[in-house]
Write a protein that binds this ligand. Structure first.
Ligand code: ADP
Length: 438
């Protein structure tokens, strides 16, 4: 900066001197200034030329403001270079890290185009990075189930998807897509072949074991019934026979429930879409509940929207309703109140069972739908419960995207409510009613 001022003063002095000597003072001053401006312009042109070359060549060395500008640019270039090095080191480490991941990771852009993928993405999904960059995943992997999943809502995406790998039929993958950045999505595919095989083995075992046990038990139960009813059966044996008979009935119930759970879990069982007149079904369930209540004399009331029907599997819906209603009877003391409601609101259709029975502490609620989870195992067995009722309700409801809501207060009573989405509702008109009753 100092150099430039001195240079400028020098030019002024020299041109003034020449002006005084030549007698053309103003002209000489203008000529001097123009010369100075031209010289500065040349210096800046040199910098521009140096910058345009983008090479490592040293900057045009000068003194003054031009030199300072060059040095500042040099400094910025150096800083940028070291930042770039640092960034590429991080990038390399990140790529090594994601390469070592056991899962496939793909970053998808706003329209499902591939923005980045790790090496496992090729083995699991057939996406090769960087060759497939910019391609839409749904065009590359023509797998209807996956395409449908990728286009689904965020709540569906959260649930994940299990599919066979499109490039290796031996692999079972769990795919999960989550929002990433502003508009991107992060797809992670996990190999769950082993877990799914063990799960399938467990399901097959339970289904086969219950099936195999059913026939011998039916035979034993039949003979025991015969013995109990036989007048020739010795008096002292009758009591034992009756106990054996009631235990064999309990085992039969257990096996039936296990088989029902297995069939609900089996993906091959397809949902049949019957139109079910729910009010009629509930009337039957409430009458059955009254007979089960018997001398316990519960006050059972039913309020049902007479036009609200469901599109679902008859047997599964009956099982949901009867499990909840029979539980209310079993866990509500004599003369207790049980209210059944079937209604619709903006969220969908609901069936609620409210009782003023034993209830339970709220901490049990999250575990209540687990298989064999009972609050009081002794009481459940004594009432003939299998510990599988609520697990069946939960699984059956899930097949209709339904949810089970539970609320309870110890010694005050409980509320069990099934929430069905609108998609399964049928509003029955007279024609539907007549055709179903015909
Ligand atoms: P269980 O065959 O034992 O009734 P469930 O799966 O139907 O099996 O129910 C699990 C447990 O939840 C029961 O053992 C009972 O402790 C509790 N439970 C279910 N319904 C009610 C209810 N209406 N009132 C109080 N407890 C209930």
């Amino acid at each position: 900066m100092k150099h430039d001022i001195w240079r400028f003063i020098g030019v002024l002095f020299l041109s003034s001197l020449v002006g005084i000597i030549s007698g053309h003072y103003s002209l000489s001053l203008i000529a001097g200034l123009l010369l100075f401006i031209w010289w500065q312009y040349r210096e800046f042109s040199k910098i521009l030329f140096w910058l345009k070359k983008r090479k490592e060549a040293s900057s045009p060395s000068q003194t003054g403001i031009v030199d300072e500008t060059c040095r500042e640019i040099d400094y910025l270039r150096d800083r940028n270079k070291s930042r770039k090095k640092k960034l590429s080191r991080y990038l390399k480490r990140f790529q090594e890290g994601t390469g070592a991941l056991p899962d496939a990771v793909i970053i998808l852009g706003e329209h499902g185009e591939i923005e980045w993928a790790n090496t496992k993405a090729q083995d699991y999904i057939g996406v090769l990075w960087p060759k497939d960059a910019g391609l839409r995943l749904s065009n590359l992997v023509r797998y209807p189930k996956l395409v449908r999943y990728l286009n689904s809502s965020n709540s569906e995406l959260e649930k994940g998807l299990q599919i066979t790998s499109p490039v290796n039929l031996k692999l079972v993958l769990e795919i999960r897509v989550s929002p990433y950045g502003d508009t991107q999505k992060l797809l992670v595919a996990r190999d769950i072949t082993e877990i799914s095989r063990t799960n399938q083995m467990r399901k097959d075992f339970i289904a086969n074991a219950s099936h195999e046990l059913r026939t011998p038990l039916t035979v034993i139960s039949g003979y025991l019934e015969g013995f109990v009813d036989d007048p020739q059966c010795p008096e002292e044996w009758v009591n034992y026979m009756q106990q054996m008979r009631s235990q064999s009935i309990r085992m039969q119930r257990l096996i039936e429930d296990l088989m029902q759970l297995s069939s609900l879990e089996a993906k091959t069982v397809k949902i049949e879409h019957d139109v079910i007149p729910i009010p009629d079904m509930l009337l039957g369930v409430s009458n059955d509940a009254k007979s089960l209540s018997g001398f316990m004399n519960h006050d059972i009331t039913l309020n049902a929207d007479q036009d609200l029907y469901l599109k679902a599997n008859q047997q599964e819906i009956h099982s949901i309703f009867s499990n909840l209603v029979f539980n209310a009877v079993q866990y509500t003391p004599e003369r207790g109140r049980i209210e059944l409601n079937w209604y619709e609101d903006e969220a969908g259709a609901h069936f609620s069972v409210r009782d003023n029975g034993l209830g339970f502490a709220p901490e049990h609620i999250p575990r209540l739908t687990e298989r064999f989870y009972r609050i009081d195992a002794g009481r459940s067995r004594e009432k003939g419960g299998t510990g599988l009722g609520l697990a069946i309700v939960k699984h059956a409801l899930a097949r209709y995207d339904g949810k089970l809501f539970i609320n309870s207060d110890l010694n005050k009573g409980s509320l069990f409510r099934c929430d069905f989405p609108k998609s399964h509702i049928i509003h029955a008109d007279n024609k539907t009613k007549n055709s179903l009753s015909a």
